[in-house]
Design a binder for this molecule. Structure first.
Ligand code: AP5
Ligand code: ZN
Length: 216
């Protein structure tokens, strides 16, 4: 299955992507994770992307599209994938459609996680991420037994640089200006399914899997 997860920052895309990708046995491809790995490694791509990420802005389309094109060409993405955080603009969506059409395939479904801004702010301000295994925690909603250590792998937990209040506000603005129009784009293709992303993580996962079942 070829699936896209869309939703505002902090909607729970990364959290749900892990479960859904495992359920579907497809790789999870997160552009945010790829950018962050490049930032950590200090690659030229990472240096360029960091300027935008720190400001809560989207990385330019051409840079992002080239990166995704390379990733989708890897063998593990041949039979399906779950895209988390891409596409995020109408040009990215159009480019993805074109790229897949050239390969003789197409997206099956776009799952939109619907959640309000207040909840997003609560989720992002308490988020902690593991440096070792990448597991996403929350100090209140999915709390590790020690605030700075991952219970799953023992590595250190960190707070993302872009989870500062002023950067969160900028990311929400970028979302409503540039990403929200994708709802119409995919709605017109008949591929969009919105699910309520409020409530406990497990409940959202059940809604997501149900949505896949009814459309798959
Ligand atoms: P990216 O990493 O994609 O960030 P984002 O879209 O802002 O989304 P987040 O990762 O912040 O949130 P999420 O929805 O995954 O929520 P999570 O599961 O972590 O992108 C970062 C930056 O990279 C962008 O700003 C941009 O600069 C650049 N970029 C990336 N892709 C790009 C693209 N395509 N084009 C251009 N630029 C791009 O959950 C959040 C918290 O809530 C966690 O603590 C979690 O534990 C908790 N939580 C999750 N679900 C629940 C629940 N049901 N109840 C309670 N708590 C919950
Ligand atoms: Zn870990």
């Amino acid at each position: 299955m070829r699936l896209v997860l869309v939703g505002p920052p902090g909607a729970g895309k990364g959290t749900q992507a892990e479960f859904i990708a495992a359920h579907l046995s497809v790789p999870k491809i997160s552009t945010g994770d790829i950018f962050r790995a490049n930032v950590t490694q200090g690659t030229p791509l990472g240096v360029e992307a960091k300027r935008y990420m720190d400001a809560g802005k989207l990385v330019p389309d051409d840079v992002t599209i080239n990166m995704v094109r390379d990733r989708l060409a890897e063998p593990d993405a041949g039979e399906g994938f779950l895209l988390d955080g891409f596409p995020r603009t109408t040009p990215q969506a159009a480019e993805l459609d074109k790229l897949l059409a050239d390969l003789g395939s197409a997206l099956d479904l776009v799952l939109e996680l619907v959640v309000d801004d207040d909840e997003v702010i609560r989720r992002l301000s308490g988020r902690r991420t593991c440096r070792g295994c990448g597991k996403i925690w929350h100090v209140e909603f999915d709390a590790p037994s020690r605030e700075d250590v991952c219970d799953r792998c023992g590595a250190e937990l960190f707070q993302r640089d872009d989870d500062k209040p002023e950067t969160i506000a900028a990311r929400l603005r970028e979302y409503s200006e540039k990403t929200a129009p994708l709802v119409d784009y995919y709605g017109a293709q008949g591929k969009l399914v919105g699910i309520d992303a409020a409530g406990p993580v497990e409940d959202v996962t059940v809604r997501a899997i149900d949505a896949l079942r009814s459309y798959g």
